[in-house]
Design a protein around this ligand. Sequence first.
Ligand code: CTP
Ligand code: CA
Length: 226
Amino acid sequence: VLADSAGNYLAGLKLVVSAGPTREPLDPVRFISNRSSGKMGYALARAAVAAGADVTLVSGPVQLPAPAGAELVEVETALQMHDAVLKACRNADVYIGAAAVADYRAKQIAAHKLKKAETGADVIQLEKNPDIVADVAALQPKPWVVGFAAETEDLENYALGKLRSKNLDMIAANWVGRAEGGFDSERNALQVFWRDGRKALEMADKTSLAVQLLQLIAERMHEKNP
Ligand code: CTP
Ligand code: CA
């Protein structure tokens, strides 16, 4: 019902994806970051272009080629990603937050390289970054908002908690720190939750997982606004 003969099940939709880690500088040579490779977000951007969407990819620093046909906005910090995503989402139909946003940034960024012997250099004061996906979900008009959750324990409870507290339409959760799947892997498995339903997407390469997730999003959006 959703896909036309060409499989353009996202034709006419403006979709924004965030991907990769953010980098929070401490001084000119050091930063705080995380293990995100960006592979899932880039796979989603490629699959969404193939499905006919008008795609903006907001990306933290990754080692991946730019997806053909998508507008790529490269950022470094969570604050930069916040600005770029909110700007791109102003007239978007769908936002998928696949980025691993650093929860905290340094309260002060030293102008010079911190020295070992410097007093206080053993304490880094942090402050919280804004929650990008929650801020997108608070926009009026609100795009269809999909979050991700990478968890090492209690996956379902944490994912459902994030779905509600951030006012998301859908959340895709995955285990990390296990034998297969997760950050650096080419493959992953996803437990997808929405208000009144769920679906398990079995272990697969991130390209086919991206197509399955986008088809599920298209289905759910259609159900809500037939
Ligand atoms: N997220 C975001 N902005 C942040 C932190 C997270 O947009 N500052 C988004 C992520 O892109 C993801 C979702 O929120 O789509 C869940 O991220 P996660 O790190 O699992 O959730 P947190 O709310 O940060 O909770 P915690 O790290 O404590 O588990
Ligand atoms: Ca977090």
